[in-house]
Design a protein around this ligand. Structure first.
Ligand code: 6PG
Length: 262
């Protein structure tokens, strides 16, 4: 399927949770169930972390788990995108996850696959990250030429972007590379980002969206079958697609098929 096409190949499961905390609680349960199933089935769990601020509450919860919650030695974490900053920068997506969760976790550091946003040559860093993914996920994890992640966590910006796939940027048209450097002119910024084909190849994609500022984009994503917002174009080919929204992010009228629990 053309990963930039607007047609919906997977039916999204949309859940309305009462609060940001409830979104994080539900996301924690999903990460654990998908992780346990992946490790039982294939001996490893390949999880892509979202950037932005929304997932911080989930990372806090993951940090509080005891070591028996999951076989952490079998867990690999990756990032869906990264800003063009060093890992020590306050804007770094890696730093947020590392400091709120990973630093204190039992996940082997070699299995924390960081995007090198600090690289001078971001295009080269994008290729290096694709190689990093290939090494982490292994040959069995690559299906039809793309990495098949067990779970990809995504957020959505007020403008409907996801990862660093921003409206009207070149990365939206990428059909073969796993990772690209993307020029985001509206932010006068460069980013590293996974691409649509990688999201379409996932076993499971979970969007976490909270806050009233997201209502307009949510309305567009779910009120129109032909919505061209980047977040609407994430359509796993044969994977599961879930959206967890808090009450503030739900527009009026609400999306059809809204459930009150995952
Ligand atoms: C980033 C993210 C981006 C984020 C959305 C939502 O690097 O900024 O990958 O796609 O998920 O902008 O951000 P918030 O969670 O902060 O609303």
């Amino acid at each position: 399927m053309d990963p930039t096409a607007n047609s919906r190949s997977s039916e999204a499961e949309i859940c309305a949770l009462p609060s940001r905390d409830a979104v994080a609680d539900a996301a924690l349960k999903r990460v654990l169930t998908v992780g346990r199933d992946a490790i039982a089935a294939r001996g490893s769990f390949h999880l892509v972390l979202s950037g932005g601020s929304t997932p911080a509450a989930l990372y806090d919860r993951l940090a509080q788990l005891d070591s028996s919650a999951l076989d952490w030695s079998a867990v690999h974490v990756y990032w869906g995108d990264e800003r063009a900053v060093p890992p020590s920068d306050e804007d770094s997506n890696y730093r947020l996850a590392f400091e709120t969760w990973l630093e204190a976790s039992d996940i082997p550091e070699a299995q924390m696959h960081r995007m090198h946003g600090e690289a001078i040559d971001l295009a080269e860093a994008a290729q290096e990250y694709a190689d990093e993914i290939a090494n982490g996920i292994g040959p069995d994890g690559v299906v039809d030429g793309f990495p098949r992640f067990d779970l990809i966590l995504l957020g959505m910006g007020d403008d409907g972007h996801t990862a660093s796939l921003f409206p009207e940027t070149l990365a939206l048209k990428e059909r073969s590379a796993w990772v690209v450097a993307n020029d985001v002119s509206v932010m006068s910024a460069r980013r590293l980002t996974l691409t649509f084909p990688v999201f379409q190849a996932a076993r499971h994609v979970l969007f976490l969206v909270t806050g009233a500022s997201k209502q307009s984009a949510i309305s567009r994503v779910f009120q129109s079958e032909s919505c061209d917002l980047p977040a609407a174009r994430v359509q796993p080919t044969d994977g599961r697609l879930e959206w967890y929204l808090d009450r503030d992010a739900i527009p009026s009228p609400p999306p059809a098929g809204l459930k009150d629990s995952p």
